[in-house]
Design a protein around this ligand. Structure first.
Ligand SMILES: [Zn+2]
Length: 440
């Protein structure tokens, strides 16, 4: 049996009682076996966490790993301009080598920053490379090929026949769902209403009514909503729901401008919403009414979105922003540090349908754990662990990261198990980004 004890840390369990306690965490064969004070046989592998915080691996329920090489190349633009002039042409230029460099760069940033699981939207092509590369890094991911069979300004290489998009998505799902010891899962990813025909969305909806998962964007900006209304005669979320794209197996990024009626629908159907505060600010989209949504019983998760609209994939930045952003409107207690942390742990697990396996430190769950060292001047003193994580800690304070009990980051460095070497990953990403720019 493969055993490891994380010894002596302060454990933010995120269990039902939200217990925070000094405890050891016993990991057996990738699973959390026990949490508490324990005496282990001499020679049991141990990870010292004295003076540190131990918490569930952070989950980002909306990312675009494939956009990472486009970091810094699409700033200060409106959404539709941003997509048509920068992001779609960039995605159209991606080939296998560039996709691999994207995924390795993103995985390195995510793991070093304490993110252990993502819900990712790929691009139209190179999805096999995305799955294969992410899987090898040890990260946990639910991903899917972006589906685009309509829309203005879509590059020819990205616009697909409806049947072909569905067939390829079905084949990818069959090929990758459950691979890498169950770390990889598939979610259908129609990009957003404006890039998908009614027929394609209906077919995806039929699969979601079966057992498939779906991950898409909705109601991010007013211009997008006006176009959807004009084209389809309905608002995004209501339109999706009518086609079967809703409920607990659906995750909608943004929902910044959901109508009151749509919010009732989200709550009633148990649809997941991913809050992306940095992205919503940078693209000038607005501020999603997250405290109100939580009060209405809507399931909310957290995500960085892609590198060209953030420009980091840093869960700590999103946590802090999620806790701060709403206070001017709802008051300082209207969104607490604990609520923000819930979005990035339990909320994320639910948005991926993995709430039985992830999101808290409890026996029986997968050993996706991070250890934070609160020793730096910008963190000390740290009397309240949840406050420390949300308001003071930064990604550079992450000391150890485990996914499925495998130590992927040790003492702030990527380990051999991740297959990632920091210098090589960054150098290759720079070279590939330059090659893509020269190509287009
Ligand atoms: Zn997005």
């Amino acid at each position: 049996m493969n055993m490891l004890v994380i010894e002596g840390g302060t454990v933010i369990t995120m269990d039902g009682a939200r217990r925070v306690e000094r405890a050891d965490v016993l990991v057996e064969d990738g699973q959390i076996a026990a949490v508490g004070s324990m005496t282990m046989p001499i020679g049991t592998p141990t990870l010292q966490a004295h003076g540190c915080l131990v918490l569930p691996g952070l989950i980002q329920a909306h990312t675009h790993v494939c956009q990472t090489l486009c970091r810094g190349a699409a700033d200060d633009l409106h959404l539709l301009e941003w997509l048509r002039e920068r992001v779609w042409p960039y995605e159209a230029s991606l080939d296998e080598r560039a996709m691999r460099a994207c995924a390795r760069l993103a995985a390195a940033e995510l793991l070093l920053g304490g993110t252990t699981t993502i819900l990712d939207m790929g691009t139209v092509h190179e999805t096999d490379t995305l799955f294969d590369t992410l899987g090898r890094t040890g990260l946990r991911a639910t991903a899917g090929k972006a589906m685009m069979d309509a829309g203005d300004g879509v590059p020819a290489r990205m616009r697909e026949e409806t049947r072909r998009s569905l067939d390829e998505s079905d084949a990818l799902s069959a090929r990758w769902d459950g691979t890498f010891a169950g770390r990889m899962h598939y979610a259908y990813a129609p990009r957003f209403v404006l890039s998908c025909t009614d027929g394609l969305l209906r077919e995806v909806g039929a699969r979601v009514r079966g057992s498939a998962r779906v991950h898409t964007h909705a109601s991010e900006q007013q211009a997008e909503i006006a176009l959807v209304r004009k084209e389809r005669g309905a608002d995004n979320i209501a339109y999706f729901a009518a086609l079967g794209i809703g409920g607990p197996r659906a995750t909608l990024a943004h929902c910044v401008h959901a109508t009151p009626e749509e919010r009732r629908l989200l709550a009633r159907e148990g649809t997941n919403v991913t809050h992306c505060p940095s992205s919503n600010l940078k693209l000038g989209s607005g501020i999603a009414p997250i405290p109100e949504m939580l009060a209405e019983g809507i399931h909310v998760a957290l995500g960085a979105d892609g590198a060209p609209c953030n420009n980091n994939l840093d869960a700590f930045v999103e946590l802090r922003l999620a806790a701060l952003l709403h206070k001017p409107r709802v008051g300082p207690a209207g969104m607490t540090a604990l609520q923000a942390l819930e979005l990035a742990t339990l909320g994320g697990a639910r948005a991926l349908g993995l709430e039985a396996e992830l999101g808290s430190i409890e026996p029986g769950k997968r050993a996706d754990l991070i250890v934070i060292d609160p020793g730096a001047p910008h963190v000390a003193p740290s009397p309240d662990p949840v406050s420390t994580v949300v308001y003071a800690a930064q990604s550079r304070d992450v000391r150890h990261v485990l996914v499925d009990g495998r130590l992927l980051v040790r003492d702030g460095q990527l380990t051999e198990l991740s297959g990632l070497e920091r210098g090589e990953v960054v150098a290759t990403a720079r070279a590939e980004a330059a090659r893509l720019r020269a190509k287009s």
